[in-house]
Design a protein around this ligand. Structure first.
Ligand SMILES: Cc1cc2nc3c(=O)[nH]c(=O)nc-3n(C[C@H](O)[C@H](O)[C@H](O)COP(=O)(O)OP(=O)(O)OC[C@H]3O[C@@H](n4cnc5c(N)ncnc54)[C@H](O)[C@@H]3O)c2cc1C
Length: 234
């Protein structure tokens, strides 16, 4: 596994959702970059000296460019999103073990907001792999304009790359044909969409509060702790 610091060049940017942008990089030395879908890098930006922050790689290993999808929150994420094309940043890593094991057959991803990034990478990787696990994504956002990867995820669900995709909106009411729930996730809605809590692995990602709340709901619904895997963005 690589973990030395390397320079990456920003090649392009894309607005992904409200206050969320995808940044596409290539290694400055022209060599390859190996990572496992679900891993993250530590990033240094030139304007903020002496700090690095972690960002999940939202592209999958079979894509040409390395993508970080970043929500504009405080000083660091804003500086990262505002990086100019052709600027070079230092990445450390890849790091992390937040990805399903090879032999997992039934996987439930539960994302709060920007916590969808590792799942987007893993789902794109799985659809091109030999093993075809059953994939469910429950994805909570405040509003529809804040949903990252909305079109791509809908295409993946349509083409059976994702077996079940359920959107939750917590701060918007409406009747969008693709949004099933206008509420926070809770034990009842998890049960409704997961039908049973049987032999599956659950991967939770989002804010610490989101991850803790869903972990508790799953646990109280009878899911064994060893089947719940978490990553919190802080
Ligand atoms: C393993 C890992 C992977 C991650 N992957 C991603 C990713 O793929 N995409 C992504 O966008 N982020 C990701 N993150 C989060 C990322 O590392 C940063 O934490 C995030 O970008 C916020 O950093 P910031 O400095 O911009 O904001 P911060 O300054 O840290 O602020 C974050 C939020 O907290 C609020 N806040 C700050 N200080 C206070 C205070 N004193 N009181 C109340 N509120 C406050 C801010 O208003 C803002 O809303 C990941 C984190 C980890 C640990």
């Amino acid at each position: 596994m690589e973990n030395k610091n390397r320079e990456f060049v920003l090649v392009s940017k894309k607005d992904e959702a409200e206050n969320i942008a995808s940044l596409f990089f290539k290694p400055a030395d022209g060599a390859g970059f190996n990572f496992i879908a679900g891993q993250y890098v530590s990033v240094k930006v030139p304007s903020i000296v002496g700090r690095s922050k972690c960002y999940t790689i939202s592209s999958s290993p079979n894509e040409k460019l390395i993508c970080l999808t970043v929500k504009r929150q405080g000083v660091f994420s804003s500086a990262l999103i505002d990086t100019a094309i052709n600027d070079k940043l230092i990445f450390g890593g890849p790091y992390g073990k937040f990805y399903p094991e090879e032999n997992c057959e039934d996987i439930v991803f539960i994302a709060g907001g920007i916590g969808v990034t590792p799942f987007f990478s893993v789902i794109k990787e799985k659809i091109n792999s030999k093993a075809k696990p059953k994939l469910t994504l429950l994805y909570s956002n405040k509003t529809i304009s804040g949903i990252a990867f909305f079109d791509e995820l809908n295409d993946l669900a349509k083409n059976k790359g994702i077996d079940k995709l359920v959107y939750f909106l917590t701060q918007e009411k409406g009747k969008h044909p693709l949004v099933q729930e206008y509420s926070r996730m809770n034990k009842e809605s998890l049960k409704k969409h997961l039908v049973s809590f049987g032999k599956r692995n659950y991967y939770l990602c989002g804010s610490i509060q989101f991850v803790n709340a869903i972990w508790k709901d799953l646990k109280e619904s009878g899911v064994p702790e060893e089947n719940i895997f978490t990553e919190s963005f802080y």
